[in-house]
Write a protein that binds this ligand. Sequence first.
Ligand code: HEC
Length: 498
Amino acid sequence: MIRTLLVGLLLAAVGFAAGRHAGRDAAAAVVVPRPAAAHAATAPGGTAAQPIRSVAGPAGPHVVTVEEGDSIQAAVGAAQPGTTIRIMPGTYRESVYIDKDNIRLVGVIEAGKRPVLDGGGTLNDAILYSGNNVVVENLELRAYKGNGIMGQAGNNFEIRNNVVVDTGVYGIFPQLGQNGIVEYNVVSGIADAAIYVGMSDNIHVAHNEVFDSVAGIEIENSRHAIVENNYVHDNAGGLLAFITPGLPIKTTFDVVFRHNFVVRNNHVNFAAPGSTVAGIPSGTGILVMAADDVVIEGNIISDNKAIGVLIVDHAHAANITADPESDPNSDRVAILDNVMLHNGYDTIPEVKALLLSELKGGDVDIARAGPSPGSCIRERERYVTAGVGDFAECGFSDTADRITYLLPPVPPRTIELAERGKVAYLGVCSGCHLYNGRLIGPPVQAIQALYLDDPQGLADYIAKPVRKRPDFPEMPPQDYLDPQTRLEVAKYMLALTR
Ligand code: HEC
């Protein structure tokens, strides 16, 4: 979620790109049969070693089959950890909550027909998981209001080969997870980010097609993410790496955007007015905002009308309240070899002004505003640039030594009872509520004033929210959280001091 985004240069937005690179190592990372793609490598930091086909571990011993007319949620409710739930083609009108470990939802595709979860424009989420080692494959999700697939604090997830259409605010949204794969999904028509990796670590986003959304792929307050071989087209903004200030995790670093097609991201920005992504200028290929150690390598970045690659700090972002605990600058951005064609042909005034100040004109591929210490660029003469005069020549040419940041399955988070409120807050509520600013919902401070000594009242509200503020969207019910967790999260929210 991006809150207000963008750029200041005034209002600009996010994008990222990577370039071309013809390496045999890169090829090794890419050639993979589906559904179990091999992501070579294991060591933290991405040293190549053994291929990793899966982060969720082997499938468990139990298999159940759900047919059209059955409830997927009932199957999940009855399943013990280690169950694969096969979902036959047909239409399912429900929201599915997975709050246990080692559950696989696997669609069965017959003659091109997938199982379809249809929210009918009224249900909030299609699939919400908080368990570890969860796999979601081969489904089609349509017409939800909130999220297609949202993860909260689940580790070792695999989200693969799904079609996600018009599922509201986010398409695929793992939050607070470690060690996850998002690959071979086709996601479109999303009012915020099609794929949104939030507050997560060790993530691989590959071979997806994302289009007709406000933001294509967003890496936010996350570390160690590789985003490669994706087709990112016809969004308002394509690839984004940034820090949203005010969230509990304060950094974004080690993000590799490589070998993606970032093309024609000129869609009208149809984000909810006031949302952060509403500030992304239509026509942004790649945006880096306050993220560190971002590499843009081997991408084809073309026909993005505002700019190919935009690098900004928080000071140049509109509607961003600085967070003293987050470094506002984009440090050590590396722009390696990319193919950039016909970008910035209808750019925003701020970029035009930057260009003019360097006595340049014309279409513009790359612009930078605000400090980005330690940044570098290879063969800058290939691009039309504004504001990157102080970038050094890069001391490296590719990221072939970083095949993946994935790890062998990591231990589940253990969540003590005392921690449940905090985890639910960070995993769910903080996606929409900020302590002292408007996000999707009202600020926590305003909520505290309403519910002071009444955590039970707050807990009751979130189970069955009613519409209160005409200028906000509706809050989705949180009734999938058990009553005890609702009370714990209420207490946690009321006790926050920042
Ligand atoms: C998808 C976004 C979203 C999520 C997730 C979310 N909220 Fe909200 N919340 C909202 C919106 C929007 C409103 C304003 C609704 C209105 O005023 O009609 C709201 C309002 C509230 C209110 C105000 C109630 C009142 O009486 O005015 C409380 C309390 C609240 N949320 C608590 C929570 C808690 C606790 C969580 C996490 C378990 C949570 N919210 C998760 C969007 C969200």
